[in-house]
Write a protein of this length. Structure first.
Length: 216
């Protein structure tokens, strides 16, 4: 992967500066900028959008949730990684619905952070055990609550197959090779699937796949 720009917003100066040094050590990262709150991060993004924005949830002036809302609405091509101390299912599910691409706890190993950055750039999401566990619990809770049967929108067999392959973390190129289709065709399928399911990101698509029983 060619070098990408990564910006980080966190109000804890020591942690943020340490993160900048760590990010600069990653081979696939060409530029790192930092901000102490969401408002300053948005100013940086407006001047020169990065490929990835790493956002802390709890910050003064503008917190992580509001910051992510602005990024999704105004800079949809920027991939968002939420970095947090809080592992609340409610928070994560809300952020998935919003359109965030990955979630990492602050005690995450540096190697996983590096993997997550490359994954959101290349695959549009990072599907780690932390998120998978929350999605499984959410899906199980719906069954236990005896809510109406989950209504799966009308999808073709090809679309269902592509959803499963996306959940297996295959890139568009890998999916196209497996299905003997062009990358452009896979991109078009992906766009139509997101539109049909009314989800904003691949992470939202993965959540749908859990709820619909496509992924166990």
């Amino acid at each position: 992967m060619s070098g990408c720009k990564v910006y980080i917003a966190d109000d804890h100066t020591l942690f943020r500066r340490a993160m900048v040094g760590l990010l600069q050590s990653f081979k696939g990262v060409s530029l790192v900028k930092d901000a102490e709150n969401g408002k300053k991060l948005l100013t940086l993004i407006k001047r020169e959008p990065p490929e990835v924005a790493i956002v802390d949830l709890q910050m003064p002036v503008m917190d992580g949730v509001e910051t992510c809302e602005h990024i999704v609405q105004r800079f949809p091509d920027v991939k968002i990684i939420v970095l947090t101390m809080h592992d609340s299912d409610k928070y994560v599910l809300h952020m998935i619905e919003l359109g965030v691409h990955a979630f990492l706890l602050k005690n995450t190993e540096p190697s996983e952070l590096e993997k997550a950055i490359y994954s959101v750039v290349q695959k549009d999401f990072y599907h780690n055990d932390f998120v998978a566990g929350i999605l499984r619990r959410s899906s199980n809770d719906k069954v236990v609550a005896a809510k109406p049967v989950f209504q799966v929108p009308e999808l073709s067999d090809r679309e269902k197959e592509i959803i499963r392959l996306i959940c297996w973390e295959l890139t568009n190129k890998e999916i196209s090779d497996r299905l003997f289709l062009s990358e452009r065709t896979i991109e078009n399928h992906r766009y139509r699937i997101l539109e049909k399911l009314n989800v904003k990101s691949t992470v939202g698509l993965v959540r749908f796949a859990y709820d619909a029983g496509f992924v166990k």
